[in-house]
Write a protein that binds this ligand. Structure first.
Ligand SMILES: Nc1ncnc2c1ncn2[C@@H]1O[C@H](COP(=O)(O)OP(=O)(O)OP(=O)(O)O)[C@@H](O)[C@H]1O
Ligand SMILES: [Mg+2]
Length: 267
């Protein structure tokens, strides 16, 4: 690769291209030993302002990690483990299973038992974020990662908002109009991907020509119809009703999961 197009790390060294796992608009993720390291995209030819703009985005995400997981040795259930915040980087436990999106696109349909495990892990992860007064803002199956034992965890706190610790989350919205209810709506879309194997591509930011930087909670008719036979129908429908889980928020999903009857065996 032409050196000019090879990004550099915090110390100004070229990043080995074969270690890059993913590269987005402002950040890239490299794999080093058992760590995934998220860092700003910076090229040698960048001005200081250009470099600082991307580093600032990582610093903002670091703030969210400091809130969620202040102790690197104590992971938060349902969230990727953060292993360190050195310089302008975010060091995480490497998740060898890749994104949930890729998994669903390339593997056989998961059993209902496995689907339920994922629902539970994701509900716990989102509940933990909300307990820490964080709105995720970007719950998508490409922001959910899998370890080597088919456990899922939420990643990418790049679009997350830190709310004051005394916030009543059920009533709160952030600067982009995101809330625990838009997070739950997006989680319902992820559940739909898992339970049906179909991805919808529905975004909270497609407001039909009005301001696309502000999210809105989609009306029910913008969301897919659910078959009466779908085991997760009630759970997903409740995600798609603004305020549907009431005071329990994401934890309400766990109570519903406990009540779901096992599908009847065909004789
Ligand atoms: N801990 C990890 N283990 C393995 N892969 C990871 C890890 N963290 C991130 N990745 C990979 O890097 C990709 C980008 O990470 P992340 O979503 O945090 O960055 P981003 O630049 O905000 O992404 P985007 O804007 O594309 O959503 C993930 O989709 C995943 O493929
Ligand atoms: Mg992402």
């Amino acid at each position: 690769m032409d050196a000019e197009y090879c990004p550099v790390d915090d110390d100004g060294n070229y990043i080995q291209v074969d270690t890059i796992v993913a590269s987005g608009d402002a950040a890239l993720v490299v794999h080093r030993e058992d760590m995934a390291i998220k860092m700003a995209i910076v090229y040698r030819h960048y001005t200081l302002e250009q470099a600082e703009e991307n580093r600032g985005i990582i610093r903002r995400e670091q703030e969210v990690w400091r809130r969620i997981q202040p102790d690197f040795n104590t992971p938060v259930q349902g969230i990727i483990q953060c292993l360190g915040l050195r310089g302008d980087t975010i060091e995480m436990r490497y998740m060898p299973g890749g994104t949930l999106l890729k998994w669903l696109q390339h593997r056989a349909r998961p059993s209902i038992q496995l689907q339920k495990r994922w629902f539970r892990q994701l509900a716990i992860g989102l509940h933990n974020l909300h307990q820490h007064r964080v709105i995720h803002g970007d719950i998508l199956s490409r922001n959910i990662l899998m370890d080597g034992s088919l456990n899922v965890a939420i990643c990418d706190l790049g679009a997350s908002s830190l709310m004051p610790m005394d916030t009543v989350m059920a009533d709160a919205v952030d600067a982009y109009n995101c809330s625990i209810w838009t997070d739950l709506c997006q989680l319902g879309l992820v559940f739909y991907d898992i339970a049906t194997g179909r991805t919808t591509g529905i975004s909270l930011y497609d407001n039909g020509g009005s301001d696309n930087s502000v999210a809105s909670f989609p009306s029910r008719d913008m969301l897919p119809a659910l078959s009466k036979r779908l085991w997760a129908r009630d759970i997903i429908e409740t995600c798609w009703r603004e305020g549907g889980y009431g005071a329990a928020g994401a934890a309400g999903i766990l109570a519903k999961l406990d009540k779901v009857k096992a599908p009847r065996r065909r004789r």
